[in-house]
Design a protein around this ligand. Structure first.
Ligand SMILES: *Cc1c(COP(=O)(O)O)cnc(C)c1O
Length: 500
């Protein structure tokens, strides 16, 4: 059996169906073919050169594709169908909370009153938009237990940066600027990056054998030159930091603040509040927890919640409610300034507001419970096929390693690529860094048991193939448009320009 035929016998949605080859648009068409024809001229023809200055005219276009409208529509529609998206398939990317983006969010964001509203419109004509922002701030305050929320940052990383600048401003005002920020070795890469950008030296706190922050190490590292501890709770292994109260106490006792990376809020929203656990600042990822689109489908939004004592430093304008209505308050003397143009990515606020309102208090909690149930179902179903580096159950995501497969010469990368042939987007790989050969899976609450079972079958079939036919896995994927690429070269020297 050749590779292609063998691959077609694999379980999963990609194993069947039509695979179109699509040439580049420059390779198609035929000279003189057009997409549109205009009526014959009823005025004398004039040479363009007599009307426009020479430097406004372009030279001849070589290799310009000449196609009909249908050719163009088919070309781009087919290309768009090659996109992998949450609307087409399961997306188990750990740490990213790739949940379904409900269409009602999109309907609300497209209401002309929101989508056509100009950011320079005066306050009195902006009451509806300001009310929506004020309400969303309130919902996030309620969910997190923080006192005040700003919606301005454009993503999680910018939220972290904003939080670090707030912490910096507060320490400066105490008259004792500090130099260091502590963070666990399981931290997301944006954590050290933003702390460093805010002017801090980053000091790692090791995790213990259970994947939790090592309390003794934290105690010995925490000192009066440390501005903050930046932790993620639940952490990037999907586990709740059981000692969070003790951890906050240790940091506060030395005059430091606690920053919580709230990217994993999907595991605990509606169940417990980070603000009750000693957290002073945190960010939210609306494009993760609150179902607004990610990445290319974005933009995202990374609101920041703070305790009252940090409110004087928030970015302006601060959106407030007064007797006269909702207002944009720029009179905020200690502000760190603006972090994003206007008010942030407003369209995302409409989507997140709709999501929270349509779920309601109970629905928000049930979403978190469903996320944890789905992750634990995958964890329990695959524990004999893939090595689990930590034994305790997790919340909304689970982390495996390639320890069982490596005996056969099969690595995490091979497992990820083999999943593509089985019709699944690979999970997050090689993160968190503290797990060697990590495979991090976050199913979210959106997925049905049938989808999870298909994914589990595909993972089991990869594990079997790793034992029986490891060489084939090294070549995967073979069914995709682009097969195995040299990852380093593809990232460093991408071919972005078409050359005839
Ligand atoms: C996604 C993520 C971030 C960064 O958020 P962006 O919105 O992608 O900038 C930070 N920390 C963790 C744990 C994350 O999962």
């Amino acid at each position: 059996m050749d590779q292609f035929t063998a691959a077609q016998n694999l379980p999963g949605p990609a194993a069947k169906g039509i695979l179109f080859e699509e040439p580049s648009i420059f390779e198609t068409g035929s000279p003189g073919r057009t997409a549109y024809s205009l009526p014959a001229l009823d005025v004398p023809e004039v040479e363009m050169e007599t009307l426009l200055p020479a430097d406004e005219l372009r030279g001849p276009l070589e290799h310009f594709p000449e196609l009909t409208e249908l050719d163009v529509v088919r070309h781009f529609t087919r290309l768009s169908q090659w996109n992998f998206s949450i609307d087409t398939n399961f997306y188990p990317l750990g740490s990213c909370t790739m949940k379904y983006n409900p269409k009602i969010n999109e309907d609300m964001a497209r209401l002309p009153g929101f989508s056509q509203h100009h950011p320079y419109a005066p306050e009195k004509f902006s009451q509806g938009s300001l009310q929506l922002m004020h309400e969303l701030q309130g919902y996030l305050e309620e969910i997190s237990g923080m006192d005040v929320v700003t919606l301005q940052p454009a993503a999680g990383a910018q939220g972290e940066m904003t939080g670090m600048l707030l912490i910096h401003a507060w320490h400066d005002e105490q008259g004792k600027p500090r130099r260091k920020v502590l963070m666990p070795d399981s931290a997301h890469g944006t954590n050290p990056a933003t702390s460093h950008l805010a002017g801090y030296e980053v000091v790692q706190v090791p995790s213990d054998a259970e994947g939790q922050i090592d309390i003794q190490k934290l105690e010995s590292l925490m000192d009066e030159d440390t501005a903050a501890l930046m932790l993620t709770n639940p952490n990037t292994l999907g586990m709740f930091e059981k000692n969070i109260m003790k951890i906050s106490e240790i940091v506060h006792a030395k005059g430091g603040l606690v920053y919580c990376d709230g990217a994993n809020l999907n595991a605990v929203m509606g169940i417990c509040k980070l603000g009750d656990m000693g957290v002073d600042v945190m960010h939210f990822n609306l494009h993760k927890t609150f179902s607004t689109p990610h990445g290319g489908g974005g933009p995202g939004a990374g609101p920041v919640g703070v305790k009252k004592f940090l409110a004087p430093y928030l970015p302006v304008p601060v959106i407030q409610k007064s007797d006269a209505g909702f207002k944009m308050n720029y009179d905020w003397p200690k502000t760190i300034g603006k972090v994003k143009s206007f008010f942030g990515n407003f369209g995302m606020f409409v989507r997140a507001h709709t999501y929270i309102r349509s779920l309601g208090r109970d629905g928000v909690r049930r979403a978190a419970e469903g996320a944890a149930l789905n992750a634990n179902y995958i964890r329990a179903s695959l524990k004999d096929d893939y090595h689990l580096p930590y034994s305790s159950p997790t919340l909304h995501e689970c982390v495996f390693s390639d320890k069982f497969q490596i005996k056969h010469g099969v690595k995490t990368l091979d497992v990820a690529k083999a999943l593509i042939d089985r019709g699944f987007h690979p999970p997050t790989v090689y993160f968190p860094l503290i797990v060697k050969g990590a495979l991090m899976i976050e199913p979210t609450e959106s997925e049905s048991k049938e989808t999870l079972d298909q994914f589990i079958d595909a993972m089991k079939s990869v594990a079997r193939e790793a034992e029986q036919n490891p060489d084939r896995l090294h070549k995967a994927p073979v069914l995709s448009k682009v097969t195995r690429v040299d990852e380093a070269r593809a990232a460093r020297k991408p071919i972005l320009v078409w050359k005839p």
